[in-house]
Design a protein around this ligand. Structure first.
Ligand code: MG
Length: 403
């Protein structure tokens, strides 16, 4: 029986994970949950899963949850809150496996502490590897525990890498759908609306990641994630636009063989893979192979999508730059979603923040958070300079987006 902690249990990855636990009751048990700020969903999850610990973002929410569980006659659940609550959820002594799915830097510390406590971690949170990848992967190596990627591309690469040894890898091919603006001329980018940018062709995802897919920044983050997870230089990680999103990614070996992974576009599959690794277990997630017709591939246009170029540069520089890249992107995307800046301002703001961030080696999570906060302030200044709206108070601090 694997005992599971979920950081971000009310978000889409969290709910998919609980769906898997539901379908494999003989394999998995829920031990602890970090549920964000959605009290209604937390009450439901507490009643359904009876975790040992349940954590919410704020003390006020934790208080409301406690009162509601008491009046519902649910007892025996430790209610925690805030960053310490996330750490408690991630490091509970009975937990074997931690699903890290809190969007934003809010999940960083808890994920790092889970790795330090010797837990096996399934990573769905991008910031863990983008902002703190060097620290977290070094600690996982020290502990001798695998970090299992839940992001579909990295999960695909992880699967393909089982076909050879690391020293036999020539390169990784990360596939990108190209987003909704693959065929939109760059001249139109300044006038793109939020609704157009939120209309992703393949995946239904959260708002920030959908905008990140439209700018290709999401793919840029994935390049950094791949470099950290698989310990490869950026020059060995290639992005290839594949509009059908059928192939989730590929690994090319030194002999010229290329292994690709494809399956239904359902996040439950990478979650199941991570939860059961190194085993594979039976599922009903079948791909209709005989329906396959066209697979198109083309190189990405880095001139049209400068976010991807900026991410490669940050990956190469390492240290403080990827942290600034992520923080600046979060602030710029939030400003775009609120209608304050144009779509084409997003890469401009990020580039300016990167230029103003000193190359610096990062040695602790505290330093990651400081660098993140400083980059957010810089980004806000650049937003305000361009914005048609008043400043965004909440974008200055890390926000919980797990619903
Ligand atoms: Mg992905």
């Amino acid at each position: 029986m694997k005992r599971i902690a979920i950081l971000g249990s009310t978000g889409s990855i969290g709910r998919s994970t609980l769906n898997i636990v539901e379908n494999y009751p003989e394999r998995f048990q829920v031990t602890s949950l970090a549920a964000g700020s959605n009290v209604d969903a937390a009450v439901e999850q507490a009643q359904r899963w009876k975790p040992r610990v349940l954590s919410l973002t704020s003390e006020k929410n934790a208080h409301t949850l406690r009162a509601r569980l008491q009046s519902a006659g649910v007892s025996g659940i430790e209610i925690a809150h805030g960053a310490a609550g996330n750490v408690r959820v991630a490091t509970h002594p009975e937990v074997d496996f931690v699903v890290s799915a809190i969007v934003g830097v809010a999940g960083l510390e808890a994920t790092y502490e889970a790795v330090k406590a010797g837990k096996t971690v399934g990573l769905a949170n991008k910031e863990c590897l983008v902002a703190a990848g060097e620290l977290i992967t070094a600690e996982a190596r020290r502990q001798g525990n695998p970090l299992l990627p839940i992001d579909s591309e990295h999960n695909a690469v992880h699967q393909c890498l089982r076909g050879g040894r690391m020293e036999e890898v020539e390169r990784i091919w990360l596939t990108a759908s190209g987003g909704p603006f693959l065929h939109t001329p760059k001249a139109k980018f300044a006038a793109l609306t939020v609704a157009e940018a939120l209309n992703h062709p393949t995946w239904k995802m959260g708002r920030r990641i959908t905008i990140d897919s439209a700018t290709l920044m999401n793919k840029g983050f994935e390049v950094i994630e791949a470099c950290r997870l698989f310990n490869l230089p950026p020059s060995s990680v290639d992005v290839i636009v594949h509009p059908q999103s059928t192939i989730h990614s590929m690994v090319e070996f030194v002999d010229g063989s290329i292994l690709a992974q494809f399956s239904v576009t359902d996040m439950r599959l990478p979650i199941l893979y991570a939860l059961t690794y190194p085993e594979r277990v039976k599922s009903d997630l079948r791909f209709p192979v005989s329906d396959l017709r066209h697979l198109d591939f083309r190189p990405p246009d880095m001139d049209k999508f400068p976010c991807l170029r900026l991410a490669y540069e940050a990956a190469e520089a390492g240290g403080a730059k990827p942290i600034a890249l992520n923080a600046a992107d979060e602030v710029a995307v939030a400003a775009f979603l609120e209608g304050g800046i144009r779509f084409s301002n997003i890469p401009e703001i990020i580039e300016n923040v990167l230029l103003e961030t000193r190359t610096q080696k990062i040695e602790s999570i505290g330093q990651v958070l400081e660098t993140d906060a400083a980059a957010r302030q810089t980004a806000l200044r650049h937003v305000e300079r361009r914005s048609s709206k008043p400043p965004l108070p909440h974008a200055a601090s890390a926000i919980w987006q797990g619903e």
